[in-house]
Design a protein around this ligand. Sequence first.
Ligand SMILES: Cc1cc2nc3c(=O)[nH]c(=O)nc-3n(C[C@H](O)[C@H](O)[C@H](O)COP(=O)(O)OP(=O)(O)OC[C@H]3O[C@@H](n4cnc5c(N)ncnc54)[C@H](O)[C@@H]3O)c2cc1C
Length: 378
Amino acid sequence: MTKYDVVIIGAGPIGSYTAYLLADKGFAVCLLDEKAEIGKDVICAGVIGKEAFKRFDLPGKSILSRIDSATFISPSKTKLEYNPKEVFAYIVDREIFDRGILKSAQRVGVDLHLKQRVTNIGKKSSGFYTLLTKKRKYRARVVVLATGIDYVLNKKAGLGKPAQFLYGSQIELPISFSKSNVEIHIGTSFAPGSFGWVIPAGANISRIGILLNRKTKPWLKKMLEHRLNISVAKLPDEELKTKPIAFGPIKRSVKDNILAVGEAAGQIKTTTGGGIFFGLLCSEIAVEKITNTLRNSASLSDYETTWRSILASDLDIGIALRKTAAKLSDEDIEKLFRFVKKNRFWVNSLMPRINFDYHSNVVFFCIKSFGALLKLEE
Ligand SMILES: Cc1cc2nc3c(=O)[nH]c(=O)nc-3n(C[C@H](O)[C@H](O)[C@H](O)COP(=O)(O)OP(=O)(O)OC[C@H]3O[C@@H](n4cnc5c(N)ncnc54)[C@H](O)[C@@H]3O)c2cc1C
């Protein structure tokens, strides 16, 4: 049984990135995953802001498309174009992305053990936790849960799970809509209270999906057939992939020397369901606090207050936005589109508030303006 400074459970992008940063600082790090192969069959649209690639050490090889515009399309197909005239996001291949981060981690000395599902974390004794898999035991001074939407260990460690979930469904099809434009489709007949997307994922491939607060497959079929005129009858059902997404953070993300990061902590944008940017950001915070714990015996509890102070307003505003959006009829949505089209002045005030990764500023501004508008037009 080997002793480690840190054992990280989950070799998704956030677990691997955390492992990479810690090993790079000289700590003995072990990364465990129940999967045999990392990055296989990941369900994700793969949209990552350009800033994330600047700020974090991410695998550029994984980029399939560069996004320089977005088109918002109303129920009656009125279009609003967002065209900042420069690339603002990338679409990645998650298999190459996840494996690229993992390779960086292994390069700096992380021990990777695949096909190891951790089933229990024993009480700390002599400064070490014991982690159990079917065949092995691991000992660690600090344990990081980066287990995505699997909250079994969170519960065992006393960290709980998100109160709510969204559901994402997506299919990848050999159709080309655009090379560098993302379409956001809005309408209650296929995405009530939410939105659907069409995203270019390399040459002649599009990712088409929706995000809802209910089971999504039937709704994705509606979007494909009625919105995009794509016949569903010929598509194999298993190609329409579905996965829950944490909606809102867990109540407690650290206890003694065990912490949760990434989707395991509910660090997911409540507006779009994107988890990579917030996860990486919190991974950096976790690494800073773990370093302080291992080197100076400081408490890890600071981790909780630090990430919440940075993300709280963004997590809250997305929840408020979804509540408002759930009440909108198609006619309300058309009114908003008409308003935006007519009001150049309003659009000019909105533009500087747009940030790909932080949405509270822009959403607050929209909710305030639209609330007044909907009342005005009644
Ligand atoms: C349809 C859809 C579209 C999305 N689109 C985007 C997008 O465009 N941009 C974006 O940023 N995000 C997107 N997301 C969200 C994004 O995919 C997740 O936020 C991200 O994968 C979370 O990373 P993670 O490392 O926290 O967890 P994961 O990637 O889920 O990794 C968790 C790992 O833990 C392992 N594991 C779990 N339990 C155990 C255990 N007990 N023992 C050992 N191993 C264990 C799992 O095998 C897995 O490998 C989307 C999600 C969905 C469903």
